[in-house]
Design a binder for this molecule. Structure first.
Ligand code: MN
Length: 736
């Protein structure tokens, strides 16, 4: 129990702050009934009585300061009351039911939302985290006051962070930089974001903070003198032009400087916008007029003029930016905006609470739609790490502005690709995207888009997303749409592949899978702890079980009749089996990693030969096609990564083997050329199957089909032929 003296001290302190709160509220909202606030204060005082903060202050000081921040945002009495009560459910015996009874549904709802968010530990990697974050997002969408109170709460906690232990400090500060500052940013609340970032920086990286602080501090005095001179010149010129505007100057915030130094690997002197002027005008026309005046006085730095009035940032920030260089060679930034734009830049979504309560404006609606989208996109994500990382990307995009061929602006995160662009247009456009033209030129799908690019997406009906895209895309929208699609379709394909594999296996014992009874399948599935036969097939398809192993369980007798019983059968799936290729070209074995006895054949499109890097692709009903890894079909056509399997050439067992390979020799049409070529080939003891020559204009193209043992053999021959005088080039034709 606190002593009387302590209680008295507490009262004096908090009563003073409470009076300040009421004074501000009366000034902001002269017509509002403030009784709810008084009641909430008294309630909070009663339940937090005797509690203290780490600083030793009475706990009540905290909800009071939070309410004061909210009052500064010009929030309504409901929000202020909820701010005063925000910790009461978490930290005292009060329940939400009590709050509802005393303060009504709205306040209770908001307090409940804040309590939920407070329970989230962003630093832990628990399964539940995704769900928690989603809850927070939903709470934000539900009533934006929840997140505004949470931001005010975090701001006060950051302002008093020094009282906590160093590791608690760092954790909270990191969370502030990762989650809360970006949320403030996305909601357009520049002022709070700035303070959260600088405080976060100070505790996450105290040494860096000090270094940047010193460097900036050393430039503060001369900077201020410089800005005062600039301001004077500017005021004169604006006066001459008859433009009334507010002129402010500022020195860039430490965290912004720090990020810039890191990102661009430059020194403080090279930060173009360390010093900045801000000009606040009455109209948009004046903004552009001022820009003209400025470029008349000082030389603009090329590429640094940014028109966020015509193209607002995703958080609806609007302003004109330019960097210019003074007569003395000092670069500085100028930001030009209207009064309204300025208010929006500083207060963001909170700006509107000044004028009205309740439902938000169209602009706020646009900000909230971002939140709704995040919630929607995250719905299919179950991995918490994934959720957090995509959330972080979405919270801090550095935008590029791209265009559709019709001139519509598409804002994307930095390093976004045509696939991101496609998914931003429409999910179906994303799924069926096969290529893209940027500024009229075909580009690969992993192409990084830049501001100003005109992007045309090429789609193909029926085309499907690829798992590989996950490594390429930048936006969480694209990522989640792709993941969702894969999750839904992957299982279907796994079942299909599983069925194919087991059919193939069964055929070897001359058993038709049709003869296997459904109840036997069900029994084996149950043996493996699976619910349905489909799960068993999927398991085979995913590579969890070997087809042979499952078949042996289905038809116990089958294991005895194996025609070429594999001694490795006990290894199950990893057993390595050799297949003989059809045709008359000898025994050419390819190992299939991780899969049982598969029918393997060389793909006709690229005819890989021993020594080449190869990849297997499970076809529908024809076994595994083995392609050369650089076969264009592998990269362009075979989109279903689940069907790709690793294969490798079996160790050469000494059996002579060869593959037909077709070469085209481009050479001069001269006497003895053909003879020389065939001589080089025969000298390397290579069988020539066929030769065809075509000639025109003194040139000849000679096609030869050779029996080639491996890649080395092929390279030797190509090298030899190339040395013949008059031979210009030798090309291997993938197709024979
Ligand atoms: Mn709190």
């Amino acid at each position: 129990m606190a002593s009387l003296r302590e209680q008295f001290a507490t009262n004096v302190l908090t009563v003073t702050r409470f009076r300040e709160l009421m004074r501000r509220m009366r000034a902001n909202r002269p017509n509002d009934d403030l009784e709810l606030i008084r009641k909430a204060y008294e309630f909070s005082q009663k339940y937090h009585a005797g509690q203290t903060r780490a600083s030793g202050e009475p706990y009540l000081a905290h909800p009071l300061e939070v309410a004061l921040v909210l009052a500064e945002m010009k929030m309504d009495p409901v929000a202020i009351a909820a701010g005063l009560l925000h910790d009461s459910v978490e930290d005292t015996s009060v329940t939400i039911v009590d709050i509802r009874k005393e303060f009504g549904e709205q306040v209770a709802h908001i307090v409940e939302g804040v309590t939920k968010i407070s329970a989230i530990d962003f630093a832990t990697r628990e399964e539940q985290q995704a769900e928690n974050l989603r809850k927070m997002m939903l709470a934000m969408v539900d009533d934006i006051r929840v997140v505004l109170i949470k931001l005010a709460d975090r701001l006060h906690n950051m302002r008093t962070l020094e009282h906590l232990s160093p590791d608690r400090r760092e954790k909270i500060a990191q969370e502030t930089l990762d989650i809360y500052a970006p949320i403030a940013h996305r909601l357009g609340m520049g002022k709070i974001r700035g303070e959260l970032e600088d405080l976060g920086f100070r505790y996450v990286d105290p040494i860096g903070y000090e270094q940047v602080g010193e460097a900036v501090e050393a430039r503060r005095k001369p900077g201020e003198a410089f800005l005062a001179r600039v301001e004077e010149v500017l005021r004169d010129k604006l006066g001459e032009a008859g433009i009334t505007a507010k002129v402010e100057s500022r020195i860039k915030r430490l965290y912004s400087v720090h990020k810039k130094l890191l990102r661009q690997r430059i020194a403080v002197e090279q930060v173009y916008d360390l010093y900045a002027m801000r000009i606040i005008t009455h109209s948009v026309q004046d903004c552009y007029a001022v820009l003209g005046i400025i470029h008349n006085i000082w030389r603009p730095v090329p590429g640094r003029i940014k028109d966020f009035i015509a193209m607002p940032r995703p958080n609806l920030y609007q302003s004109l930016h330019t960097s210019v260089i003074s007569e003395e060679g000092q670069p500085f930034e100028v930001q030009i905006r209207t009064e309204e734009m300025h208010k929006m830049a500083e207060e963001g979504i909170a700006a509107h609470w000044k004028y009205k309560d309740g439902p938000v404006s169209a602009l706020d609606e646009q900000r909230l739609s971002w939140l709704r989208q995040v919630v929607e996109w995250q719905r299919d994500v179950s991995d918490p790490n994934e959720f957090l990382s995509t959330l972080k990307i979405d919270l801090y995009p550095e935008e590029v502005y791209t265009f559709t061929p019709k001139g519509k602006v598409v804002v994307l995160a930095r390093d976004s690709t045509p696939i991101d662009f496609a998914y931003t247009i429409h999910t179906e456009v994303g799924h069926t995207c096969v290529g893209a033209k940027v500024n009229g030129r075909m580009v690969p799908l992993r192409f990084k888009l830049h501001s100003g690019d005109i992007v045309e997406i090429i789609t193909q009906p029926g085309h499907k997303p690829s798992r590989d895209w996950l490594g390429i895309v930048k936006s969480s929208r694209a990522r989640n749409k792709i993941k969702h699609w894969l999750n839904v379709h992957q299982r279907e394909r796994a079942i299909e592949i599983g069925r194919k594999l087991i059919e193939k296996e069964a055929r070897k014992y001359r058993i038709a899978l049709k003869e296997v009874k459904e109840e036997d399948l069900q029994r084996v599935a149950s043996d493996y702890g699976l619910g349905r036969p489909d799960d068993l097939m999927a398991g085979i398809g995913y590579g969890k079980f070997a087809a042979r192993q499952i078949l042996a369980k289905l038809i116990p007798s089958s294991s005895g009749q194996v025609p070429d019983a594999d001694s490795n059968a006990s290894e199950g799936f990893v057993s390595v089996v050799r297949r003989v290729f059809g045709g008359d070209h000898g025994a050419n074995a390819i190992r299939v990693k991780g899969h049982g006895d598969l029918l393997v054949y060389r793909a006709k499109c690229c005819n890989p030969i021993r020594g080449e890097n190869i990849i297997g692709y499970v076809t529908r009903g024809k076994g595994v096609a083995v392609h050369s890894q650089n076969c264009s079909n592998v990269t362009n056509l075979l989109y279903e990564p689940e069907r790709k399997i690793d294969v490798e050439w079996a160790t050469d067992d000494g059996t002579p083997s060869s593959y037909p390979v077709k070469l085209t020799v481009y050479c001069d049409d001269r006497f003895g050329m053909l003879k020389q070529i065939t001589a080089v080939i025969s000298d390397s003891r290579t069988n020539i199957r066929n030769v065809e020559a075509r000639t025109a204009n003194g040139r000849a193209n000679i096609d030869v089909i050779l029996d080639i043992a491996d890649l080395q053999h092929l390279e030797n021959i190509i090298g030899g032929v190339r040395k013949i005088p008059g031979v210009h080039d030798v090309q291997r034709l993938k197709k024979i």
